[in-house]
Write a protein that binds this ligand. Sequence first.
Ligand code: BTN
Length: 347
Amino acid sequence: MEMPTNTKFPDTLESIPDTVSNQSRNRLLALLSNGELTSGTVLGERLNISRAAVHKHVQALMRQGVPIHRVPGRGYRLSQYVQLLDSTLIRGGLDADITNQLSHITVLQQVDSTNNWLLKRQSQSGIHGHVCAAEAQSKGRGRRGHDWVASPYRNVMFSVGWEFAAWPESVTGLGLAASVAVVRALHRLSVTGVGIKWPNDLIIGDAKLGGILIDVNGESAGRCISVLGIGINVQLAGSDAGLIDQPYTDLNAVTGMVTDRNQLIALCCSEITRMLGRFGALGFQAFRAEWERMHVYTGRRVRLVGHRGEVRGLVSGASEFGALLVVDDNGHTHRFLSGDVRLRLEQ
Ligand code: BTN
């Protein structure tokens, strides 16, 4: 959306519409990233907002952990390099055969949840092939109704909208296939040691690196609209890490390098899009063997606890629909289709 050049935006962020604050923050960060001190007045003129609004944006960005340095009376600058998400760079990093399968790549500075954003948009227009990535989520959602904690401007949070002509036989299977796609993308970035913990947690050792949340919508007898949300820890800030209630890790810590977030999203989008085409034609079956190889508990003794009790046994693999197969000590095979079970390794 183009803004008329003579518009002065209101001073309070609360009254600034989302699209405007997204645009202003993006441009503000771009202006601050040259390392020079720039005064609030100059920034306001460039952004066509008041100096007070500049100050409010700066405060909001600093609260999100963006390292902005303020010299009273002189202005602001970024005190550290911050790589911003950029839709052109993401598109440019897609595999050649994928580019025309992704209709839109939208980068937002702030949103409640990238999954929600696509789901809302779906009621107005199609979201097939639409990618939405965000620098910050105020209500990021994890599986099983949990919140998803991620550090703004440091992590990777994005969703891909995809429409299937008919409902997949199993949505769990779609989640499992998505985790295979993301691990493939991480391998292409030379990240080693990443595994999957059923159903679709991405882990290194026993620490969580990322996760996948799938939402589906549509008529039961017709097309299925899916939103695949991916969260990957790239560089968790200490303040956010304290909010996570399980062992966690992040890519920069594991690799000892600074991850290029645009490249990571592009690789994930390429692998996910390729997976979606294949999944639509062949279902989870096409990913089953690879998922079983990547699943860190295959062949291991586990304990599954759910509201129907507890099962102990050996993980033998996944069914053709993505159910976890566990063989108990009596040789009986139990199937778990996600839902409310907790999976633990038996020590
Ligand atoms: C999990 O609990 O393991 C799933 C986490 C999924 C988080 C991602 S971040 C992008 C997308 N938007 C959300 O609100 N959630 C997913």
